[in-house]
Design a protein around this ligand. Structure first.
Ligand SMILES: Cc1cc2nc3c(=O)[nH]c(=O)nc-3n(C[C@H](O)[C@H](O)[C@H](O)COP(=O)(O)OP(=O)(O)OC[C@H]3O[C@@H](n4cnc5c(N)ncnc54)[C@H](O)[C@@H]3O)c2cc1C
Length: 459
């Protein structure tokens, strides 16, 4: 526990996850004195229970699939099995290494870290243990928790992503309630590890927030991979015994499996922390802010998952940097959710930024779109992946949405993000030469086609 003589700071940050620590690092760069209160481990959900451990599992899953399919390219391989203890040790090693690095960064930046559970006890004060920390500004960054549904009690064979990340064996079969990002990522991992997987999604599509073309392509790919999914089906009841869980759907259908993963979204971790009591306006637990992340109390800001919108680590980083610069009077540009890239790391990967076609039509009326099929992309053919790159432009205007699916598409979202955030016209970016053979040519081909000069595309 840090011990600061007068316990007064420029900035007191409650929560040391992606949003909180990014804010702390940027604020110290700007010469501010910063206290950060963390009840668990600096790095938060993303580093310890989210982005990083899940992506390590997905990489192990990819290696398993490669071992299984070596013969398709003439390399003799077989998959002997999955050693979950070794997979977990690899995953934990990745997390541990990054955690060590982050702790080093935080220490060398001169951030004072208070270990323990903090509460807001005034509009300028946080209590942690027997210490009262005061700040000219307070930043609420307490993140989110895995939600469940009424009648779905977590325990035994029913788990959230928190428990799923620490399983010591591959389940024979899994039923996943929720077909959005977390649900499809675990479905992908477990299927590659050999489990029978069934996803139950209440909405009409998997990854329902994405452009429909990506949902449909993912459903086709998952069907080919033997992942079962029930769309437009709602969970009504769950029972478990020593051997299995049985999930009953509103259609009357029953799904039995060894374990159940509940992946129905994440709620704001704000309960009992004194926010509303001190005038911070809270709506169903979410901290409401204006576009400059000010809460209803002028000197209190909020960042990351507690603020309604996209729940992504890099949104938290962006928010954190923004608030530090705002406090330091740098007049930064607000972070707008539609400009934030999104990647779902299942196989095949789904990556997007900007508006879906439907959203763009609602916003602009008339739009043009082009879908480039990866079947014509040499590198994708070599990698034996299929998928599409879809561009959406305002009629005769800039690109307002990019939507991609296929192996490794997440790595291209940076260029896609530049297209959207620089409000690029297809005619401008079509001039950029893309290296051959790379999957980035998919973006180039789509831009060329929208600019009226398609290359490897049938007219
Ligand atoms: C399984 C899973 C996979 C994910 N994958 C990705 C991904 O691939 N890419 C991506 O961008 N995002 C991903 N996310 C989302 C990402 O983890 C979150 O968006 C991000 O962690 C939010 O950052 P945050 O700082 O708002 O909250 P958090 O990271 O949750 O940090 C909040 C911190 O506050 C601390 N805290 C809470 N209350 C108190 C208190 N009273 N006192 C002191 N400390 C407190 C917590 O211990 C925690 O460390 C994933 C999430 C999950 C669950």
């Amino acid at each position: 526990m840090a011990d600061n003589a007068d316990n007064s700071f420029d900035l007191v940050i409650l929560g040391g996850g992606s949003g909180g620590y990014a804010c702390a690092l940027r604020a110290t760069q700007l010469g501010l004195r910063v206290a950060m209160v963390e009840k668990d481990k600096v790095g938060g959900t993303c580093l310890h229970r989210g982005c990083i451990p899940t992506k390590a599992l997905l990489h192990a899953a990819e290696v398993a699939d490669e071992a299984r399919s070596g013969n398709t390219v003439g390399v003799k391989t077989t998959l002997e099995g999955i050693d979950m203890a070794a997979v977990n040790s690899y995953k934990d090693g990745v997390v541990g290494g990054l955690y060590k690095g982050l702790q080093g960064l935080v220490t060398s930046a001169g951030i004072t870290v208070y270990e323990g559970e903090g509460h807001l006890v005034g509009t300028d004060a946080v209590q942690v243990g027997d210490q009262r920390l005061t700040g000219r500004f307070i930043v609420l960054a307490t993140g989110s928790y895995a939600r469940t549904l009424p009648g779905l009690d977590i325990g035994g064979r029913v788990m959230t992503s928190d428990q799923a990340l620490t399983m010591d064996a591959v389940p024979r079969s899994v039923v996943i309630i929720g077909g959005s990002v977390i649900g499809v990522e675990f479905a992908s991992v477990w299927r590659s590890f050999g489990a029978d997987v069934t996803i139950v999604e209440a909405l009409p599509h998997l990854v329902p927030l994405e452009d429909e073309v990506l949902s449909k392509q993912l459903e086709r790919a998952f069907r080919r991979r033997g992942i079962t999914f029930k769309l437009g089906a709602k969970f009504t009841e769950l029972t478990q015994d020593d051997d299995s869980v049985t999930v009953v759907l509103d259609t009357g259908e029953k799904v039995q499996a060894e374990v159940c993963l509940v992946a129905v979204g994440r709620g704001p971790a704000t309960d009992g922390l004194g926010y509303a009591e001190h005038g911070v306006s809270v709506d169903r637990g979410w901290v409401t802010t204006d576009e400059r992340l000010h809460t209803s109390v002028p000197q209190v800001f909020a960042v990351g998952d507690v603020v309604p919108g996209l729940q992504l680590a890099h949104r938290g980083f962006g928010h954190g940097i923004f608030v530090a610069e705002e406090i330091a009077g740098r007049d930064p540009m607000p972070i707008v959710d539609t400009t934030i890239p999104r990647v779902t790391y299942c196989d095949p990967e789904v990556a997007s930024v900007g508006l879906t076609e439907e959203q763009a039509r609602q916003h602009y009326g008339d739009v043009d779109t082009f879908e480039y099929n990866l079947a014509g992309n040499g590198r994708s053919k070599i990698l034996e992946t299929s998928g599409v790159v879809k561009l959406v432009r305002e009629k005769d205007g800039p690109i307002v949405g990019v939507h991609m699916i296929g192996s490794r598409m997440g790595e291209q979202v940076g260029e896609a993000s530049l297209f959207v955030n620089w409000e690029a016209y297809p005619e401008d970016v079509a001039q950029f030469v893309h290296a051959h053979p790379t999957q980035t040519e998919g973006l180039g081909e789509a831009a060329l086609a929208l600019a009226g000069k398609p290359l490897h595309v049938h007219a």
